[in-house]
Design a protein around this ligand. Structure first.
Ligand SMILES: *Cc1c(COP(=O)(O)O)cnc(C)c1O
Length: 361
């Protein structure tokens, strides 16, 4: 068996030890005689798995007791609608920060439910910066402020948590959750699709402050109402049980490895190495993002001539590197280096890039 270095932006690489454990437990979980996939979500075995996963996530992120943790489906994209449906609470508009493709999608969806005030946009820089808070025009009457701490496609990440006073702060953390410590108390709601930095696709985590629940728009379908999910322990209907289980294995492993502080140090080091190499190539490779807004998780880069893209990609598979082609909207390359990408993968990528550049003379 050969494992390849997979730089996919999502679904993405999972920790090898977690996959091994899942394999060991596949046919018979803890002498239950069943696979987790076959268990009733209301049986005592799965309840134990579910509760441990939540407890471990709470420990990892230091989530206070007055926040609910929901294990939902439908991806982060459903949250683009669920956030306004649940958090408008009689208000007419919400503030959004536009830093790229995912922000734009969140804004487009919110406009179906409320007025959207784009309080800051990185569009004038072609989405290569996270706008500093001094440039934001927040509305004190906004229902909430929504931003995307890490833009997965553009590779733009906020190096600060915005201050929004008494206006609830909402974050789409899909591609940065668990990458470093975060002060949950600064947020009213955090959501993340699991397939970037948590586990398999099909699971979406929502962490929401309790006092915001119970005020969904009239007519909100039950499946889109946080309160209904919260009151039912995310088991109003059948949850994505297997993805929940794998996420739990990931949480357990991260705790064993020293938690998010340790992860943050590793991630900063891995990303720092790759950016330092890119910057050292005199423009042969280029990352367009302003230094203080560079993502630790997604590193887009272009080659000095787009005609080199194809030959560059051609050799990657043989070097044991896959999924480096950039997003269709930006071109070039993108290396996603989530928690589960070992440093050896970053080293192998840099070695390949160095070799390729040498071949070009
Ligand atoms: C991937 C991604 C999404 C969309 O996630 P789905 O689970 O496919 O709906 C939304 N926001 C960000 C920041 C992402 O990286």
């Amino acid at each position: 068996m050969t494992r390849i270095f997979n730089f996919s932006a999502g679904p993405a690489v999972l920790p090898e030890e977690v996959l091994h454990q899942a394999q060991d437990e596949l046919l018979d979980w803890h002498s239950s005689g069943m696979s987790v996939m076959e268990m009733s979500h209301r049986g005592k075995e799965f309840i134990a798995i579910a509760e441990k996963a939540e407890a471990d996530l709470r420990a990892l992120m230091n989530i206070p007791a007055n926040y609910k943790v929901l294990f939902l489906q439908d991806g982060a994209s459903a949250q683009f609608a669920m956030v306004p449906m649940n958090l408008l609470r009689g208000k007419k508009s919400a503030d959004y920060i536009n830093t790229g493709e995912w922000s734009k999608k969140a804004i487009k969806e919110a406009k179906k439910f409320c007025g959207v005030n784009v309080a800051a946009t990185a569009e004038p820089t072609n989405f290569t910066t996270a706008p500093p808070q001094k440039d934001w025009k927040l509305d004190p009457d906004a229902a909430y402020v929504h931003y995307t701490p890490n833009e997965t496609i553009g590779g733009v990440e906020f190096s600060f948590v915005p201050q929004t006073g008494s206006v609830p702060l909402v974050a789409d953390m899909s591609s940065t959750i668990l990458s470093r410590p975060v002060d949950v108390t600064k947020f009213a709601l955090i959501y993340a699709g699991a397939q970037k930095n948590i586990g398999p696709a099909g699971l979406t985590i929502v962490i929401v402050r309790e006092d915001l629940l119970g005020q969904a728009l009239p007519g909100t379908p039950s499946m889109f109402d946080y309160k209904i999910h919260a009151d039912n322990g995310s088991m109003y209907n059948t949850p994505p049980t297997y993805a929940w289980y794998i996420a739990g294995l990931v949480f357990e492993m991260l705790l064993k490895k020293g938690g998010l502080k340790a992860m943050g140090e590793v991630n900063q080091h891995k990303a720092g190495k790759l950016y330092a190499y890119i910057d050292s190539t005199g423009g042969f490779y280029k990352n367009p993002v302003e230094k203080h807004s560079r993502s630790w998780m997604n590193v887009p880069f272009t080659l000095k001539d787009a005609a080199l893209d194809e030959p560059f990609l051609k050799g990657t598979k043989a070097a044991g590197l896959v999924q480096l082609k950039g997003h269709r909207s930006v071109g070039g390359m993108r290396a996603s280096i989530y928690n589960a990408m070992p440093e050896a993968g970053v080293d192998a990528l840099i070695a390949y890039m160095r070799n390729f550049m040498k071949q070009q003379g």
